[in-house]
Design a protein around this ligand. Structure first.
Ligand code: BGC
Length: 806
């Protein structure tokens, strides 16, 4: 295997041209070629490799090609059955918040909501519950979880499918999601690998002259790649992730699904990934270059829209026959696919639900392949997950402001509810990106509980905020007045027409006004605005003009600026993200205090949108003649989200990690101890690669403990966070001020205290050294450790001193 020092040659040129988009492509990073694709050795999947080998031994060439090429079938992606070997094929379904193509299934809180819980138990439980639903519908492979996009750009259209722009938080959620899904026997397919940070020009287009304009190239330097975008994938590979989906975009000029540096060199060799790489839908742009570059499965193969041919399929048969592709490479592709299948016991698995086939427009009677569907159509697989969904959404709701202890509500007798986001859906229970984002931000009247595109879900149940509020209020003898059409609700007060009491549409004057705002997000489009949609700022202005106790609730698939946050009539703010099907019940639990909010922001809310340093690249209408015009230099390096705000000294409105509670907490007794007194090498030893990379990276080098106490009157969950900083001089330039390296969540009764421990691994305490191509401890072995409640509220601080070998 060729090791290539990717960074050294390229650094100067990238940064030299980082603000000069017009320079030729040769001045950007390029991706070196790394061949051959490493063979799987089945590490971690004991016994399963032998079964896969025995299966492989029975396949003829045509059948081997079947295993690696998608066909039209009952699921979103399908591998054809081979009846003579009792192989019933593979069913692949979206992901990541629900089984999209299914009925009688749950719609879970989105990734961003889940991240906002900061609760590792919930990360796992959500995935295990979801995995069970996929399995019960007969889906072998879940096209989830998501860690790409990571969330580099606030307006990224798919950030909500993933977790957080912080790689440590995402890594934890991503890896625990893989473990949860696979614990029930479904395969996880982590996506989209890698640098898929915007939707705009994620795929190539054809201009008016019929020329192909290439997809955007995410130009990422080696250190940034390792410390941000790759970090969560390393965690998930360590957790035994069965599959990885390569992304649509190019990375350093080469398409994700034929990028041998990233697939062969980084994923399979450096991280020791044992499973298979599948293409995103239509992301394969070649045959042999992709196969040699590390792609193992082409999706959806020959079933994509009007596409009837695959770069794989018969082309592989011909390539093997004419000697241009060694059959050993095809054999490894098959083994990589079949080993996790056997490891997870999928040779005995539920049949595919016939309703999935119906919803997918598939008719088995006219198919060339013998897919067998279950006869019990429309299986209800929800399995009592409603309570878990309710809990995650409530815990993923972040209390940002709470003046005069407005919340929890104290049995108000007159409640006003405003905004299109409070309403039940009026355009159907399944909203994908057939709603044109560019023309309007999704649908108007109707609550936003999940985003659009392949990450959407078909609701079997959906509780709107208004429905749940009415149920609660009526039980307490309160009245609920509401205006759900924002066009009406932004009209100013006045006799008969406007809203203002006492003569307008709202009378009597409410004790509390609940304003629901939403921000639509969908695959295929990036957002256009930072503020919530549908004249949200005007809506808040109008309600606060007559209601001095206004609570704003946002349902959003990403970061919003909140120009109304300091308005004194806005007494409380809740960021409820995308809550899934139990939306109304979840928000009522928090508003009335059945659940004490414990969510914390998994991102930074800026005071001004200009405070964000990363933007969506958009060349549409400016350059459609240069095929290579779409270049996105990640020239900010490691400085995204809070790392940028800290570095630039910008005061955010609400910082990363922030979240209030109905109780108060204290944190004390920081103690730091190295796990060894012996001196350590600055680089990890040369230990055989395991899934996740060099196992020495995960050795715990230090433990940190703190005590957290509930000093208030009600029970609540504390989220202590641990950040690490390195002294300048001991690490290269470009190192962030501080990075998250630990978090825990603890439910505490009033007056209770608990000790919390954080483990710091070698990787946690290292930077990626581009010269040695290794994770390196700081040269003097020291680090500052801070603990507290957010990235800007860190009352405890101490020093860790490791001894580094001279
Ligand atoms: C998306 C993937 C999805 C696939 C299948 C693609 O357009 O990018 O995330 O899994 O479609 O629906």
């Amino acid at each position: 295997m060729i090791r290539f020092l990717w960074q050294v040659a390229a650094t100067a040129s990238l940064f030299a041209c980082s603000h000069a988009q017009s320079e030729t492509s040769s001045s950007y990073y390029t991706s070196p070629t790394i061949y051959p694709s490493p063979n799987t050795t089945g590490i971690g999947w004991d016994g399963a490799l032998e079964k896969a080998q025995s299966f492989l031994g029975q396949l003829n060439l045509t059948e081997k090609v079947y295993i690696v090429t998608g066909v039209r079938g009952p699921c979103v992606g399908n591998i054809a059955p081979i009846p003579r070997l009792n192989f019933t094929g593979l069913c692949l379904q979206d992901g990541p918040a629900a089984i999209r193509v299914a009925d009688y299934a749950s719609v879970f809180p989105a990734g961003i909501t889940t991240a906002a819980t900061w609760d590792k138990t919930l990360f796992y439980q959500r995935a295990a519950a979801m995995g069970q639903e996929f399995k019960d519908k007969g889906a072998h492979v879940i096209l989830a979880p998501v860690a790409g996009p990571l969330g580099r750009v606030a307006l990224g259209g798919r950030n909500w499918e993933g977790f957080s722009p912080d790689p440590y938080l995402t890594g934890s959620a991503f890896a625990l999601s893989v473990e949860g899904m696979q614990s029930v026997g479904a395969q996880a397919c982590g996506k989209h690998y890698i640098g898929n940070e915007q939707e705009t020009q994620r795929n190539p287009t054809v201009n008016g002259e019929g020329e192909t304009i290439l997809a955007i190239s995410s130009n990422i330097d080696d250190r940034t790649m390792h410390e941000l975008y790759l970090w969560p994938f390393a965690d998930a590979v360590k957790s035994g992730m069965a599959s990885v989906m390569c992304s649509y975009n190019r990375i350093n000029q080469t398409y994700g699904c034929e990028n041998s540096k990233l697939l062969n060199g980084v994923l399979k060799e450096e991280l020791g990934f044992q499973g298979y790489v599948m293409s995103d839908w239509g992301a394969t742009h070649s045959g042999l270059p992709a196969i040699n570059g590390g792609l193992d499965m082409d999706m959806p193969g020959s079933s994509f829209g009007s596409q009837t041919l695959s770069f794989f399929g018969g082309n592989i048969t011909a390539a093997v026959q004419n000697g241009s592709l060694p059959e050993s490479r095809l054999d490894d592709m098959v083994l990589r696919i079949m080993t996790p299948y056997y490891f997870l016991g999928q040779d005995s698995y539920p049949s595919v639900d016939g309703s999935s086939a119906d919803l997918n427009g598939y008719n088995p009677a006219t198919s060339n392949y013998s897919f067998t569907l279950g006869t019990d159509k429309s299986r209800d697989v929800r399995g009592g997950h409603a309570q878990l969904i309710h809990d995650i959404a409530a815990q993923g709701t972040v209390l940002l402001k709470n003046e005069n202890a407005t919340l929890p509500l104290k049995s108000p007798k007159r409640i006003g509810v405003f905004g299109n986001d409070a309403a039940d859906l009026v355009t159907g229970l399944y909203n994908t990106n057939n709603l044109n984002y560019a023309g309007a931000p999704g649908y108007d009247i109707g609550t936003l509980a999940v985003g659009g595109g392949s990450g959407a879900g078909r609701f079997t149940t959906l509780i709107s905020p208004l429905e749940a509020i009415k149920r609660r209020a009526y039980a307490e003898g309160a009245i609920v007045e509401y205006v759900l059409d924002n066009k009406v609700a932004i009209q100013s007060g006045g006799r008969g027409g406007g809203l203002g009491p006492p003569t307008g549409k709202i009378s009597p004057k409410p004790d509390v006004c609940l304003v629901f705002l939403k921000t639509y997000v969908t695959e295929g489009y990036d957002r256009l605005n930072y503020e919530a949609d549908w004249n949200s700022t005007q809506l808040v202005a109008n309600i606060t003009s007559f209601c001095n106790n206004t609570v704003v609730i946002t349902h959003s698939g990403g970061i919003n600026t909140m120009p109304w946050a300091e308005n004194e009539n806005v007494t409380a703010i809740l960021a409820a993200h995308l809550p899934g099907e139990q939306s109304g019940n979840s928000i009522v639990s928090v508003l009335w205090g059945d659940v004490n909010p414990s969510g914390h922001l998994p991102y930074t809310i800026a005071l001004n949108e200009s405070d964000y340093n990363t933007k969506i690249v958009n060349q549409t209408n400016t350059n459609d003649t240069d095929p290579n015009a779409w270049q996105d230099n990640f020239s900010e390096g490691l400085f995204i989200d809070y790392r940028h705000f800290d570095q630039a000294g910008i005061e955010p409105l609400y910082e990363f990690g922030f979240g209030l509670s109905y109780t108060t907490f204290n944190i004390s007794d920081l103690s730091i101890s190295a796990t060894t007194n012996a001196s350590l090498t600055q680089l990890p030893g040369d230990t055989a690669i395991q899934p996740g990379g060099n196992p020495e990276l995960y050795a715990v080098l230090a433990t940190v403990s703190v005590t957290v106490s509930n000093t208030g009157e009600v029970a609540g969950a504390a989220v202590p966070q641990l950040y690490v900083s390195f002294p300048s001089g001991s690490v290269p330039e470009g190192t962030p001020v501080r990075v998250l390296r630990g978090f825990e969540k603890r439910q505490l009764a009033p007056g209770a205290s608990e000790a919390v421990q954080f483990m710091l691994t070698r990787r946690d305490l290292s930077y990626w050294d581009v010269v040695s191509q290794q994770w390196s401890l700081p040269s003097n072995g020291s680090a500052t450790v801070q603990a507290g409640w957010s990235s800007r509220d860190l009352p405890l601080e101490g020093e860790l001193a490791l001894t580094i070998e001279g």
